[in-house]
Design a protein. Sequence first.
Length: 197
Amino acid sequence: MFGGSFDPPHVAHVALASAAVAQLQLDALLVIPTGQAWYKERALSAPEHRLAMSQLAFDGLARVQVDPRELQRAGPSFTIDTLEALQVENPGAQLYLIIGKDQFAALKSWHRWEDLLQIAIICIADRTDPTWAEAGFNPKIRLLRPLVHLQLPLMPLSATDIRRQITAGTATPQGLVRLVPEAVARYIERHRLYISP
Ligand code: ATP
């Protein structure tokens, strides 16, 4: 499972998904856009936009599928609920949860985080940015299963920064295609997303 707000999905998300499939030899990777992100203060873009952009970004990748279940569920999206549902649907499967290091740093604030560590192997991608405190990263959580570190180059890129650039008018069409997959760039332009903050 690879969850996120994907508002918008960007090239680091796609690189992370590809690296996870290859390095973990996954049979399937479900990209799951979050419904209501309980941990994010701003309102997310409409579910239909985030779903459409996620499909454009990820659907061409081998063994990767976009799964809309959290967008269709009422109330806050808790990862543990989704993982438990996946466990029931795939008896005997080993579940993996793919997250960036900023999310891992905050894992102890997640709903039922201890249960989450019991049912999925946590796979972490490095992420650097001065605003994401390294100090919060605590690998000493008591773990029943070892953490996995994904090998991929650091990608100093965030959806927040991309939205800001579009709102400020500093993201040219050519610039935008270096930040998000081309089809996503076209979708953003066509639907005039992120023009206002
Ligand atoms: P925002 O800036 O809106 O908070 P984001 O860029 O962090 O968004 P999300 O959709 O929240 O993107 O991220 C989904 C997952 O991808 C999270 O686990 C996050 O840590 C990870 N991720 C996002 N960007 C990167 C990156 N540049 N490098 C590594 N992991 C990333």
